[in-house]
Design a protein around this ligand. Structure first.
Ligand SMILES: *Cc1c(COP(=O)(O)O)cnc(C)c1O
Length: 443
């Protein structure tokens, strides 16, 4: 039975059944696993999440940019179900299967660049990033990894080191992996210098710092999100990515694009690098890849991917056959339903609606993003001073009115929107009506 595409609140939020479940969660689940909105989901599809009390929420989060094709998308379910009936696991490294190879073929074809490519599959974004670093080090025989302010790359030991933000990702979890160097990022909204020369100035600051502090000849890879995700949907100025990619090539450094959040039509192209014609050497992918099933990938230049000794990459579950079948279904859905175009249309709607809200509500300091990856930065009116408390309040008020929103940002003051690409326009507009109402009521 399809999930009705309608917002509906029938109890207080969270409702009594969710509260009961949450009491069990508190007694059974580690307190270290934080929960944004404790309504327990029973069913989901299109742009709606249905909770155990019968409340229906407009989903502007997609489980953090994962269910871009919608929850339980028909093609994902059909292919994953068929695979469940055939077999659930062999370990690709023991006895392989076609689905894994088919996903790798697809990613080699869809990722930017027409050079010879290879792919390896993993379970999570963090695992993909770790493996991209392993590959870059193996290929270059160098150690240093260069990352940026505001970066987010995961929660494992190496990826914590690569991630910028202390709280909640790193606090108390050190010591961290070595040979990681953090460099300044071009952050247009908070750029103190001359806007006209921002790309040049930021690029000069970056190359000077690498030269002085690390030495180009020691750098295995530069790792960057084409649009920073958890850092606050920071879209770098035009030319920034390309300049870094060119500089990497000139210095024998592997350019790794972390497209874990931006990939799979989210930003209006298959991958965010395409908007600027940038071709990465290695690319990490996860979130949107398989309609909600856990899968991740590294795709890259054949000579880099093949530089690793046999047995050096892999894992027990990496490229699980059910997840691979789901990915083939998700990718087919993205092509057939032209979801990259849908993402562009979603951006138009957001820009129009958020622009009108910014005129009324002085707390909206910046509107930014690309495709269906949009955000507003909440500040003290008339300044650029972050207002994290108000951001939290607005986020919670959206939840109470049946709209699932997320926050982000180094300063905790970014409200971000990642709707499923299949969301209906009426539903999306209703979600934005609620947001407008919340802004009016919270100020
Ligand atoms: C979410 C994310 C990761 C980590 O992915 P997990 O699947 O949570 O390990 C890495 N990089 C980026 C850019 C992300 O958004």
């Amino acid at each position: 039975m399809p999930v009705p595409q309608e917002r509906k609140l029938v109890t207080q939020i969270p409702g009594p059944k969710s509260q009961e479940l949450h009491a069990r969660t508190k007694a059974a689940v580690s307190a270290g696993v934080g929960i944004g909105l404790p309504v327990y989901v029973e069913r989901a599809g299109g742009g709606i999440l249905v909770d155990v009390d019968g409340n229906q929420f407009i989903d502007l989060g997609s489980g953090i940019a994962v269910t871009s094709v919608g929850n339980s998308a028909p093609k994902v379910v059909e292919k994953a179900k068929a695979q469940l009936d055939d077999f659930t696991h062999t370990c690709f490294m023991v006895t392989p299967y076609e689905e894994y190879t088919a996903v790798c073929e697809k990613l080699n074809e869809l990722t930017p660049g027409d050079h010879e490519k290879r792919t390896a599959l993993f379970n999570s974004g963090a695992e993909a990033v770790e493996n991209a670093v392993k590959i870059a080090r193996s290929h270059t025989k160098r150690d240093a990894i260069v990352v940026f302010d505001h970066a987010y790359h995961g929660r494992t030991n190496l990826t914590m080191a690569l991630t910028a933000k202390n709280m909640p990702y790193k606090k108390g979890f050190g010591p961290f992996a070595g040979e990681v160097y953090r460099m300044p990022m071009a952050y247009p909204y908070r750029w103190a210098g001359d806007e006209a020369t921002m790309t040049d100035d930021a690029f000069a600051a970056f190359t000077n710092a690498v030269h002085a502090q690390v030495g180009e000849e020691n750098v295995a890879a530069v790792l960057i999100e084409p649009i920073q995700g958890e850092g606050g949907f920071i879209v770098p100025p035009k030319g920034w990515l390309g300049r870094i990619a060119d500089w990497c090539r000139e210095n024998g450094i592997v350019f790794i694009a972390d497209e874990v959040q931006t990939g799979f039509c989210r930003t209006g192209d298959w991958f965010a690098c395409e908007a600027e014609g940038v071709v990465p050497d290695l690319m990490t992918m996860a979130k949107g890849i398989a309609g909600g099933l856990p899968l991740a990938a590294v795709t890259g230049r054949a000579e880099m991917m093949d530089s690793v000794h046999s047995g050096g990459l892999g894992g027990t579950y990496g490229g699980n056959p059910v997840a691979c079948a789901g990915a083939l279904g998700a990718i087919e859905t993205m092509s057939e339903e032209a979801l990259a175009g849908k993402a562009k249309r979603i951006e138009q709607i957001f820009r129009e609606r958020l622009g009108a809200m910014a005129e009324k509500h002085g707390v909206i300091g910046d509107i930014r993003g690309r495709g269906a990856m949009m955000a507003v930065e909440i500040v003290k009116p008339g300044t650029t001073e972050p207002d994290a408390d108000l951001t939290k309040k607005i986020n919670a008020a959206c939840h109470a009115k049946g709209v699932v929103t997320l926050t982000a940002g180094t300063y905790g003051n970014v409200l971000r929107f990642l709707p499923p690409l299949v969301i209906g326009e009426d539903l999306l507009n209703e979600g934005l009506d609620v947001l407008d109402e919340v802004f009016t009521e919270s100020l």
